[in-house]
Design a protein around this ligand. Structure first.
Ligand code: ATP
Ligand code: MG
Length: 180
């Protein structure tokens, strides 16, 4: 599985529809301070279900909606779509390409879409479960968070490695069967 594209519209500094095409391998985003690099990783976190505005470097969820700039009016809708290549079947969904989208209106209304159909946040989390991608995992490490990982206790660091290796699923299954 790999990220294929990220489309932003009205999300933070991305007022206009912007499409980032991604290839397998490493993609680096470079640009001056304040040009929107971190807003891109915020968009990935957000579309995957982040609910805490602070983890998106804001005060309230509404802060993800483009709030205007000199010569540009605020917009009323933020929208992000992430397309994942699932040709290796990593995601438990019978599509070679999986599109996950999220919308938030200034009125507070919001929705998720999976391959164009309205879905619940839970559906998105289920699709990503134990793939290493998603909120609460370490697939996105924010500026400053690296220190806390380096300073963490060995037990905590072990769970990080388990998460990366995708063994949590098996561990949880083992614990469940031991309880029976
Ligand atoms: P650095 O190199 O300093 O880390 P960066 O490229 O990561 O910078 P970001 O933090 O992604 O920069 O972008 C910050 C910019 O995004 C600021 O100019 C800020 O005003 C703008 N911004 C954030 N939220 C919104 C919003 N809701 N509407 C409009 N602009 C926004
Ligand atoms: Mg940044």
């Amino acid at each position: 599985m790999h990220l294929k594209s990220l489309t932003l519209r009205g999300f933070k500094s991305f007022a206009d529809r912007s499409v980032l095409s991604l290839e397998p391998g490493i993609t680096a985003v470079v640009g001056p301070n304040g040009s929107g690099k971190s807003n891109i990783s915020d968009a990935v976190l957000w579309v995957l279900g982040e609910r805490n505005a602070r983890n998106l470097r804001g005060q309230a969820m509404e802060d993800v909606i483009f709030s205007g700039s000199s010569g540009r009016k605020p917009v009323s809708l933020a929208e992000v779509e992430l397309v994942l290549d699932n040709s290796d079947g990593t995601l438990p969904i019978d599509y070679r390409e999986v599109s996950i989208a999220r919308r938030l209106y200034r009125s507070g209304e919001s929705e998720y879409l999976v391959n164009g159909s309205v879905a619940r946040r839970m559906d998105v989390l289920d699709i990503l479960h134990d793939t290493g991608l998603g909120t609460g995992t370490h697939s996105i490490i924010s500026q400053g968070a690296l220190d806390s990982i380096l300073q963490s206790r060995p037990e905590d660091r072990r769970s990080l490695i388990e998460e990366a290796a995708g063994v949590l699923k098996h561990k949880q299954r083992k614990e469940r069967s031991a309880r029976k």
